[in-house]
Design a protein around this ligand. Sequence first.
Ligand SMILES: Nc1ncnc2c1ncn2[C@@H]1O[C@H](COP(=O)(O)OP(=O)(O)O)[C@@H](O)[C@H]1O
Ligand SMILES: Nc1ccn([C@@H]2O[C@H](COP(=O)(O)O)[C@@H](O)[C@H]2O)c(=O)n1
Length: 204
Amino acid sequence: MLVIGVAGGTGSGKTTVVRKIAEQFQEDEVAILSQDSYYFDNSHLSLEERRKKNFDHPDSVEFGLMIDHVKKLQKGIPVNEPVYSFISCTRMEESRQVTPKEVLIVEGILCLTNKALRNLMDIKVFVDCDSDIRLSRVIRRDMNERSRNVDQVLDRYEKTVRPSHLQFIEPTKRFADIIIPQGGMNQVAINILTNHINHTLKNN
Ligand SMILES: Nc1ncnc2c1ncn2[C@@H]1O[C@H](COP(=O)(O)OP(=O)(O)O)[C@@H](O)[C@H]1O
Ligand SMILES: Nc1ccn([C@@H]2O[C@H](COP(=O)(O)O)[C@@H](O)[C@H]2O)c(=O)n1
């Protein structure tokens, strides 16, 4: 199994890049694990307290479980990926079964911050994007999909998202084998990655 890690700031285009890569393969060839699914549950806290959490800090993610799932998939064992709600900021009762495939893409803002997880990756990618563009995307997305108003989005951005991006996420660019500017619109980078994956699969 080839494990590809895709990191980058919130709104940088990670999901778009992953989708475009996955589209180049058959459905039974590529499995995807999202780091967002591994946010701690926090249902013991009130919604107000949960919303105040720093979700851009590495401690907000249950990396132990995520690493265990990657290792199981590498051994050919299916896993149950948790389902996370950005509206309630908790894990849902249900989970999603992920079965082992030839390629596993692990995607998320913090997925290159964890050394043990990094060590499981064969290719590390960082999707790069200016912070003003990311912020405008995040405002739209959080208002449309995450039940937030503009003040809540900007308040979170100033207090936790931006400082943690600078402290934890941006520095992981140095671990990347490939840095992709213009995210999902960078067809050249997506083709290069797809060709590399195909080449590696054929030679294994
Ligand atoms: N290169 C791009 N140009 C314009 N819009 C983009 C581009 N890449 C992503 N988007 C849009 O920006 C938003 C965030 O992209 P997404 O891939 O979900 O980012 P991430 O997973 O890094 O948070 C989505 O609405 C997506 O359609
Ligand atoms: N309950 C939560 C948990 C996380 N976030 C934010 O999501 C961003 C990461 O997701 P991407 O899809 O953009 O990579 C991150 O910046 C967290 O602050 C949230 O809003 N609510």
